[in-house]
Design a protein around this ligand. Structure first.
Ligand code: NDP
Length: 412
């Protein structure tokens, strides 16, 4: 449909936005903080999102259905249609029904709308899939390339939020915080119970699989704890960075896991990294090591992790990423011993939501104004991996098995 205005023709579009559910008690009436710290640039000098305007207050809940990423006023004022839903997995769900004539789909890694090849084939008008966050593995990138659907994400918007979460999880696993907190909440005071698995991180060997925005920031944030830092990546970091952080580079993931007490996983999920931490790789880890995975659940084999925690090959596993999402109620990671899992939250703090909502608005403004979208935001463009996608992903798809998400039943 087109709308003729005084001096131009605007093509009216349908935007489907799949977001997580509202809080059970309804949208917050107030927030703990009245404003967010002011940031202008990321550490490498890249600017934060710069849309022409925003229609929300930074620090508000934007990532859930009623938050609408703050987009409704902007889109409807231009005559476009915005449909927002959290109903995404079961057969006949609202997202699938709305997808068939949608021009743009926006989804989030926290509550991913798995755009499999089958779904993409029903979406005859689809031009672009936007990830409100980082990590577009919920889209069959090969199918998007074949159908010339562009895929974009808001690079850097929550990388530092995740790095903070990683530090929190490394400390909470090694010191055994979750167990200690549970003892207090249950009214207890047995200190021996509380400390029988509790250590200091000082002096430990901490390694990251991938030293991109998150991995490198996590290393920098861990440096003051007087630990030994290691990394494995497809490309070496500059010598100056290695020297600054006294980093040890490993040519292979096997070499890294052999010597590390704590391994944090920070690479994207794509065919090269899917199932990387399987029985074989975990058996090569230092006995009793810890894993913190805030990258993607599917990089770790579900059964292998649960088995290694039971046997003691791993002392702890924490992270916020699962496969699929939402995790089925009987997912083995919910009940395995010594885990510190959260739902997928590290990249959707209220601080991060401001940046990814503003980034989505910037992308949409560029798209409607036919202006180029920032190169670092591009994953697929014109049928090819492009921008960040060409650097960090490989061809193919990692969406297989995502239909299991329909097994999740809201029970609390
Ligand atoms: P970056 O693109 O900055 O970094 C990704 C790094 O992974 C790059 O250094 C890349 O290496 C490396 N890499 C890619 N493939 C491999 C491989 N096969 N082996 C080793 N390293 C590899 O992204 P971010 O650091 O910002 O984010 C990383 C991932 O974290 C995202 O893709 C997403 O999956 C996840 N994430 C999770 C969030 C959450 O809320 N839990 C939020 C944000 C991101 P090179 O450059 O050398 O090719």
């Amino acid at each position: 449909m087109t709308l003729t205005t005084y001096n131009s023709q605007i093509t009216l579009m349908k935007i489907l936005c799949v977001l997580y559910d509202d809080p059970k008690g309804g949208m917050p009436k107030s927030y703990p903080l009245s404003n967010l710290p002011k940031l202008n640039k990321y550490p490498d000098g890249m600017t934060l999102p710069t849309p022409k305007g925003i229609d929300f207050n930074p620090g508000e809940l934007l990532g859930c259905v009623s938050g609408e990423l703050g987009l409704r006023k902007f889109l409807e004022s231009k005559g476009h249609t915005l449909v927002v839903t959290s109903d995404k997995d079961a057969k006949g769900c609202k997202a699938d029904k709305e997808l068939v004539d949608a021009d743009i789909v926006i989804s989030q890694p926290f509550w991913p709308y798995y755009l499999t090849r089958e779904k993409i084939e029903t979406a005859k008008n689809l031009k672009m899939a936007i990830t409100a966050g980082i990590g577009s593995d919920h889209v069959d990138l090969q199918a998007a390339m074949d159908k010339k659907i562009d895929v974009v994400e808001v690079t850097y918007c929550n990388s530092r939020s995740v790095a903070e979460h990683i530090v929190m999880m490394i400390l909470s696993l090694v010191r055994d915080y979750h167990n200690q907190h549970a003892i207090v909440k249950a009214g207890g005071w047995n200190i021996a119970d509380a400390v029988q698995r509790s250590y200091d991180v000082e002096g430990m060997h901490i390694g990251t699989v991938a030293a991109g925005r998150i991995g490198l920031d996590a290393l920098r944030k861990m440096k003051p704890f007087d630990v030994h830092l290691h990394y494995f990546d497809r490309h070496k970091l500059p010598d100056s960075v290695e020297k600054e952080l006294s980093l040890t580079f490993h040519e292979s993931v096997e070499s890294l896991v052999k010597v590390c007490d704590v391994v944090t996983i920070n690479c994207p999920l794509h065919p090269e990294t899917e199932n990387l931490f399987d029985d074989k790789l975990i058996s090569k880890m230092k006995k009793g090591a810890y894993i913190v995975n805030t990258a993607r659940g599917k990089i770790c084999n579900r059964e292998a992790i649960a088995k290694a925690l039971k046997s003691g090959q791993l002392s702890g596993y924490a992270g916020d990423v699962w496969f699929p999402q939402p995790a089925p109620n009987d997912h083995a990671w919910r009940s395995m011993p010594n885990h510190g899992m959260t739902p997928h939250t590290s990249g959707t703090s209220l601080s991060a939501q401001y940046r990814y909502a503003a980034g989505v608005r910037e992308i949409l403004e560029c798209f409607f104004d036919k202006k180029p979208i920032r190169d670092p935001y591009l994953i697929v463009q014109n049928g090819q991996l492009a921008g960040m996608g060409a650097h960090s992903y490989s061809k193919g798809s990692a969406t297989g098995g995502s239909e299991e998400a329909a097994k999740y039943k809201k029970n609390n």
